[in-house]
Ligand binder design. Structure first.
Ligand SMILES: NC(=O)c1ccc[n+]([C@@H]2O[C@H](COP(=O)([O-])OP(=O)(O)OC[C@H]3O[C@@H](n4cnc5c(N)ncnc54)[C@H](O)[C@@H]3O)[C@@H](O)[C@H]2O)c1
Length: 345
């Protein structure tokens, strides 16, 4: 019988309960042995909801010491990601940290350096890389049928985190979240367009505003224009004021046609080609999970199999850091009212 990895969860709020815990359980690769949350009721609720029989800790440092998990998920407010990740790596754990991976580029670099130093895996949960439609889209783009990507448009918007996490007031506080829609949603698409095109962003311009979220010290709307190192052009937008229907799509205009990714709910992947002139509606594979308690992305499975050496990490720390740099560059561009070049350091 294969050994299950012993997982600890740091922060038992919405994403831990909706995605991390159920997807570890779905994968069959892991057992949740410990839960930590400063609000112990959250840890208790997760323990009961999933019948885990895990050890509960108000302090994640105690959890690392006493439960000694093989790996942890860091599901904390953004400003706590770096400290918890570095403590866990130092304690000998592999880490799957939520996005945005850090609240500054210096923090992101420190996390990557700690993973190298302590020889543990650091994964960033840029979960859009695991959407079946996105995996298929990458396969289609890599096949070459669309030719070269010339122009990419990516948008992610919903009505705001108050509709997602009951304890999520911190999302609106700049000290705790660092960014609003830009890093909550924008970083997902920043990462996705790098993943899909295989190209790096070289220069950014941007605007951001807080239009509706009263009392917020972060932006609720963000738009940026991008130039990639090969000259490809793009736009990247995020919003917490999208109503009626969520926006979560990417469109790639290429030399031989257009690929629409998740634009049409009933047809998540459609290519319109010039040569030969045709429309291809791709079949998107069903999620791989057996029980499908979570989102069906197999996040825990991918992370655990990477730890076991059976597959590469879906988003290593260095990749998360490159995607995060786009958001920091966009912020600087908007503040200064001019183009900012990325350093990729
Ligand atoms: N990948 C995705 O699609 C996705 C979706 C939503 C949220 N997220 C990310 O997940 C992270 C958490 O978001 P959330 O929606 O779960 O927030 P949340 O507020 O629901 O949960 C955060 C939890 O952390 C706990 N906490 C705070 N300080 C702590 C500490 N020092 N030690 C232990 N626990 C502590 C809180 O009590 C709370 O239960 C954020 O970084 C967010 O950006 C990612």
């Amino acid at each position: 019988m294969k050994r299950k990895l012993r997982i600890g969860i740091i922060g038992c709020g919405a994403i831990a309960q909706e995605l991390h815990i159920p997807e570890y359980l779905d994968s069959g690769e892991a057992e949740i042995i410990a839960l930590s949350d400063t609000d112990l009721k959250k840890a208790q609720a997760a323990n009961e909801r999933y019948s885990l029989n895990a050890q509960l800790f108000p302090s994640y440092k105690d959890m690392l010491k006493k439960a000694a998990p093989d790996a942890v998920s860091v599901c904390l407010p953004n400003y706590l990601h770096c400290a918890a990740t570095c403590d866990a790596l130092q304690a000998g754990c592999h880490v799957l940290v939520e996005k945005p991976m850090a609240a500054s580029m210096a923090e992101a670099r420190k996390m990557v350096a700690f993973a190298d130093k302590y020889k543990k895996l650091l994964a960033v949960n840029q979960s859009q890389r695991l959407y079946p439609a996105h995996i298929k889209a990458k396969e289609v783009l890599d096949s070459g049928i669309l030719g070269k990507v010339l122009h990419v448009t990516a948008m992610f918007g919903h009505a705001g985190p108050e509709h997602w996490s009951p304890s999520g007031k911190w999302f609106f506080n700049k000290k705790q979240a660092r960014f609003g829609a830009m890093a909550d949603l924008g970083v997902h698409k920043a990462d996705l367009i790098r993943f899909l095109t295989g190209k790096e962003v070289a220069e950014v311009n941007a605007f951001y505003e807080c239009l509706e979220k009263k009392g917020a010290t972060v932006e609720d709307n963000f738009v940026s224009t991008l130039k990639f190192s090969d000259g490809t052009i793009g736009t990247l937008s995020a919003s917490w004021t999208v109503k009626g229907i969520d926006a979560n799509y990417t469109i790639l205009h290429c030399t031989n046609g257009t690929l629409r990714v998740c634009l049409l709910p009933d047809r998540p992947l459609v290519a319109n080609l010039v040569n030969p002139e045709c429309e291809i509606v791709f079949k998107v594979p069903e999620p791989p999970s057996n029980t499908n308690l979570g989102w069906g992305l197999d996040t825990g499975g991918h992370f655990c199999r990477a730890i076991k050496g059976d597959e590469p990490l879906f988003c290593p720390g260095v990749e998360g850091m490159k995607s995060l740099e786009i958001i920091f560059a966009a912020e600087e561009a908007a503040k200064k009212g001019r183009t900012v070049k990325l350093t990729h350091k």
